[in-house]
Design a binder for this molecule. Structure first.
Ligand code: FNR
Length: 372
């Protein structure tokens, strides 16, 4: 039997992917009015040869925001903007999931409606955490986050409803799937982790209680899309924005079993050392995930073609997602297939601006699909 590689087709829930090269979600901060437009249509369309594109993190409501210039999915204009993006990807034969995002405490009064404090499981400020704000003079930049206020128990159903509404809009916009962003120290991750969740109600304390709200969100979104069109992103062991967690392994295993029972399409892990540092998954973690979850497993973080090949060949992953390589290489699958060199991403243009560092990275044949 031929070894599974990046070009072995994959059934991901309801979707048939022609390859296993996934475009990781990448915030690019190029929607000043939070509405995706022609520039985003072009950017995502350029990357349609991915097995699956996962969109940049997209705010589900005004309180879900922590960074100016990121897109939303709570208004008609935003929905229409995303519809254009989906159509551009589909027109080129691609598939795209929307990543649903609430930042929780990684925000500031300046970004929040009516200058209110951001919301979180508990009123604990993220040590050293920064969000991205617009100042009164119109300039924008990083800024320390505010101390959040703890959500009341009876407010939580309202946020679950915001996720559900966002999924309804995503479905109307034509997305093939949605990914629940429960990673990178944002709201759902803040509920999962012991350091950020010190609640004493049914949403805090035990592993089961801390997982309750994220699972309610998954259930709400799955009611809209069907579980086979829903994935989730997790980051056990990650230390970001001052988040700490005493039980990441127990929680990851519990979630894998719960999500498996629900028939979720995939679990997607951003590995803890993705931004450098020396934190790794414990020995045997990937194998444990395989045993506990029957959907697809996607890993991301520092992969190149060779590491991805190994991960697929040893059977611990079904697909591999690429972040920074996708910023710089719109035709990444073709480059992997032919062994061509990769363009280097320029971190100065990761966030903000327009075409430069966004839609102007060359394809292999140097043919620039031009905008317009
Ligand atoms: C990211 N990452 C990220 N993750 C996420 O879940 N939602 C997001 O919107 C973003 N945005 C984002 C922007 C930029 C500029 C970078 C570099 C990263 C994390 C990303 O999806 C991925 O997990 C990491 O980049 C690690 O993968 P690579 O880059 O090592 O392949």
């Amino acid at each position: 039997m031929q070894e599974t590689n990046l070009f072995t087709p994959l059934q991901l829930g309801k979707l048939s992917l022609p390859n296993r090269v996934i475009m990781a979600p990448l915030t690019r901060s190029r929607t000043p009015d939070s509405v995706p437009g022609k520039l985003q249509e072009f950017y995502y369309g350029q990357r349609a040869s991915a097995g699956l594109i996962i969109s940049e993190a997209t705010n589900i409501s005004p309180t879900a925001r922590g960074y100016v210039y990121t897109p939303g999915i709570w208004t008609d204009e935003q929905e229409a903007g995303w519809k254009g993006v989906v159509e551009a990807v589909h027109a080129k034969g691609g598939r795209i999931a929307l990543q649903l995002w609430h930042v929780g405490r990684v925000s500031h009064e300046m970004v929040q409606p009516n200058g209110e404090p951001p919301v979180a499981p508990s009123a604990i400020k993220g040590e050293g955490a920064e969000c991205f704000v617009e100042f009164e003079d119109g300039s924008a930049g990083p800024h320390p986050t505010s101390t959040p206020r703890a959500l009341e128990t009876d407010e939580i159903p309202g946020i679950v409803e915001d996720y559900r509404q966002a999924a309804v809009r995503a479905k109307r916009a034509g997305f093939d799937m949605v990914e629940v962003h429960a990673a990178n120290a944002y709201l759902l991750n803040q509920f999962l982790a012991t350091g950020t969740n010190q609640r004493t109600d049914r949403y805090g304390g035990s592993v089961e209680n801390r997982a309750r709200f994220p699972l309610e969100v998954v259930d709400a979104v799955a009611e809209v899309f069907g579980p086979e069109r829903v994935g989730i992103r997790l980051t056990p062991f990650i230390e970001l924005f001052g988040l700490t967690d005493d039980e990441p392994e127990e929680m990851a295993y519990y979630l894998a079993e719960q999500l498996s029972r629900r028939g979720l399409a995939y679990l997607h892990f951003n590995e803890p050392n993705w931004a450098g540092g020396d934190i790794h998954f414990p020995e045997g973690f990937h194998e444990q995930m395989r045993q506990r979850f029957r959907g697809a497993l996607i890993y991301c973080g520092g992969y190149d073609a060779e590491r991805a090949r190994q991960r697929l060949a040893d059977g611990t992953a079904d697909a591999v997602a690429f972040g920074r390589p996708y910023i710089a290489n719109p035709d990444l699958p073709e480059r992997f297939r032919t062994g061509a060199a990769l363009n280097e991403p320029d971190s100065r243009t990761f966030y903000g601006g327009a075409e430069k560092g966004y839609t102007d990275y060359p394809f292999l044949d140097n043919g620039h699909d031009r905008l317009g």
